[in-house]
Design a protein around this ligand. Sequence first.
Ligand code: AMP
Ligand code: MG
Length: 422
Amino acid sequence: MSKDTINTVTSCCDDFDPESLFPDQARARIQDLLKPVTGTESCPLRDSLNRVLSEDIVSGIDVPSGTNSAMDGYAVHAADLPESGTRTLKLVGTSFAGKPYNGPVNRSECVRIMTGALLPDGTDTVVIQERVEREGDDIRIGADTRAGDNVRNAGEDIARGETVLHKGICLTAADLGLIASLGIPSVQVTRRLRVAFFSTGDELRSIGEPLEDGAIYDSNRYTLYGMLQRLNVEIIDLGVVRDTVAATEQAFHEAADAADVIITSGGVSVGEADYIKDVLQDIGKVDFWKVAMKPGRPLTFGTVGDAWFFGLPGNPVSVMVTFYQFVQPALRYLMGQHECEPVTVSVPCLSSLKKRPGRVEYQRGVLARDDSGRMAVRKTGAQGSGILTSMSRANCFIVLSIDSEGAAPGDVVDVQPFYGIV
Ligand code: AMP
Ligand code: MG
């Protein structure tokens, strides 16, 4: 990951622009300004996947609720376990999961028991069925089981009164199961964020329209849709906006009325048809507009009325890089999530990577096992900011710090995997 303060030696051959923020500075600046939303709502458990929990979850019960068997076998008194040789116990009944044995079990007696079945009163150890010899009701056990073996104690996973989940986490499949195991049907989560986005560009056509010379299909609204969908926000797609000041202003107003956050793509460079920054200056506020990174340098951040504004560059890869680096952590933070930053791990690189100092680069990589079975990363091929296949083939970013001059095969590099596994 890049550093916050960097001793960049600016020279004639690096790409550092003194007006730019470093990515970590930009991220910190955004987080300083944002205020998490305060609204919460009750959400049925199934619908709470990928929502941010706004209450602590405290268990009202022990899990498991009763002491039970971890194996199929025979429940015995530990005092009956032989120190050596064997001992024969009398079988007096069976305990099934959901249908316990309720009778007494005296010394020298045992009960057939299934996995998950409650241990009958008095017994405290399970001898697994493969370790006994059975003749009718005579059960011969050996000296290879210790007191307490193969038993799951009540409250062993979760004790009554324990806080199992803290507010501020994004709920995973495992969390849904955990909450269900406590018998809780619904949870409090922060309200969904409303996120409006639109594309800018006279060259853009929507799917279904003919493509004349120089026109291209709008792909950014689809990548944005996909990335926002995974965050479980309310999506407001405002379509394609023409490259005029009037159309841009109108779209800004419409978006600010409808949403907590506005995301645009394109129109933030210094070309003659790039109006986003000027319009933001006129009807809102520009906080910063350049980040020392590649791709994604002309990222623009500010506010329009009460809405937060992210002006992403137009190139399809730049959109995804700036979204994952800045917008996603910001949206998570606004939804009250505590850990919002991408996870970074270090692995050897199999490719040769070119880079100039002066900016952080986010190249696209495939994280996989190398020939000797160790995790390593290789780049996905051509890395131009318009080459969307480089993203589609990738499963991680390779992050090269400001001062880095690239990497040779065998060098260790930082990578950010795209998705978690839970
Ligand atoms: P701009 O920042 O508006 O100059 O756009 C930079 C590049 O990204 C240009 O080549 C645009 O044609 C392209 N681009 C802009 N918006 C989109 C979009 N929504 N889908 C695909 N390409 C786009
Ligand atoms: Mg444009």
